[in-house]
Design a protein around this ligand. Structure first.
Ligand SMILES: *Cc1c(COP(=O)(O)O)cnc(C)c1O
Length: 408
């Protein structure tokens, strides 16, 4: 078991055994912020976007799927370095429109968009990713009422699956998008509606660490896009082939190798350019852009030994970080990479369980993990926490103090 190790990100420097983030020792940042907090590093966000661009062929647009981390300061930072922002609700749309990105670079996906959602989106002039025929008809009616021609892409539920994916969101029967075989008929109906057709959105899944699986999905998405384009009411402007790039969370997981993904996508580009001239290929990424740039930090409140087992009790737990507790879609609970931020190596090491303050046995941040021997007041750090953290957690549960988010 000890041979299967966590991949700890080496992006955060360690000086005097203390983790540094944003050019500051974690202990000092903790005094600045107070309590439990998430810290996101803007330098790492920028470096990650630059890295993705360097690996992908020229001309591929990189979008940020902001549900991964909707903190307004993070979204504004991302807005200056990506080509577009993908939103999944009206409140996310507001945050995206408050940034310096232009409305045409914002797209809105998600089943169950309300009248109000559609009205905001159409009034803003963003691109709607249509999830059904009924939604298309609603959009056309609202556009007519507002005197604004809706811009819309069709979200396609592909006729294939993203293999070895943490979360499959396409293929088979799904609540997302329109089944590929129904799309030609939908496009025929669109010709009679006052809608500006933009292209296709094909998102097959998420959290994938296998380049071969991503390559296969991208090849199939491009082929599907080309097949469906024959039925389009006008030439495509956008071919969004999804994303799905994962990051390593658990022992034994290795970072995704982007080099072959970029190379194979490069081989597909001439086909896209000849079959759909003028169309942009879009990749939409959430956690891959922000996940490794963020940490969750919570102070140790108590240290106790129960029948030989050491427990560190922290100020925050699953109420702040549901994913690290293992209750956000994990089948078998596994530890995130966790360390004592102010004693990265420590003089002594021990096996401990880190638990939050809630009265439920589900509130675990680390189970029987080796780390430096910690004392009350020390800072527990959960790495790989820049995505699906604060906003994916039940922060009201047990009415504990809220978690703060800072961009440094
Ligand atoms: C959730 C989602 C994403 C982002 O997924 P990540 O795993 O964070 O990259 C992108 N696109 C759509 C349509 C999504 O629903």
């Amino acid at each position: 078991m000890s041979s299967i190790k966590h991949h700890f990100p080496d992006a955060f420097p360690v000086t005097d055994d203390c983790l540094h983030i944003g050019g500051m020792p974690l202990t000092r940042l903790a005094r600045r912020v107070g309590g439990s907090f998430y810290a996101y590093d803007r330098r790492l966000l920028s470096e990650r976007v630059k890295h993705v661009r360097s690996m992908l062929p020229d001309g591929v647009h990189v979008h940020y799927a902001m549900k991964a981390n909707p903190m307004p300061a993070v979204v504004q930072h991302m807005a200056t370095i990506v080509d577009g922002i993908d939103v999944a609700s009206r409140r996310e749309l507001k945050v995206a429109l408050d940034t310096t990105i232009s409305a045409e670079e914002v797209s809105f996906a998600g089943p169950g968009k309300s009248e109000c959602d559609l009205e905001s989106a159409i009034a803003a002039g963003i691109v709607l990713n249509l999830e059904s025929n009924l939604e298309m008809e609603r959009a056309a009616r609202i556009g007519h009422e507002l005197g604004c021609r809706p811009k819309a892409a069709v979200r396609v539920n592909p006729d294939f699956e993203l293999k070895s994916s943490g979360m499959k969101m396409g293929g088979g029967s799904k609540q997302f998008g329109v089944d590929a075989e129904e799309v030609p008929e939908m496009l025929r109906r669109m010709k009679n509606l006052d809608i500006e057709f933009m292209g296709f959105h094909i998102f097959s899944g998420s959290q994938n660490l296998k380049s071969e699986a991503i390559i296969e999905a991208q090849e199939k998405s491009v082929d599907l896009g080309i097949r469906l384009a024959q039925h389009a009411p006008s030439p495509l402007k956008i071919l969004n082939i999804g994303g799905g790039f994962g990051i390593p969370y658990f022992p034994g997981e290795m970072p995704l190798d982007l080099a072959p993904v970029g190379e194979k996508l490069g081989n597909l580009m001439p086909k896209v350019e000849s079959e759909m001239p003028g169309a942009h290929v879009v990749i939409e990424l959430g956690r891959y852009l922000v996940g490794e740039a963020g940490i969750y930090v919570t102070p140790v409140i108590d240290r106790k030994i129960s029948r030989g087992k050491v427990f560190l009790v922290t100020a925050g737990g699953l109420n702040h970080h549901l994913a690290a507790s293992g209750n956000f879609g994990q089948v078998i609970r596994k530890n995130y990479p966790v360390a004592v931020g102010n004693r990265m190596n420590g003089k002594e090491r021990e096996i401990v369980s880190v638990v939050g303050p809630l009265c439920t046995p589900l509130d675990i941040l680390a189970e029987s993990m080796e780390m430096a021997k910690a004392e009350v007041g020390d800072l527990i750090v959960v790495f790989q926490s820049g995505a699906y953290g604060a906003t994916a957690s039940p922060t009201a549960f047990l009415s504990q103090p809220d978690v703060t988010e800072v961009l440094v």
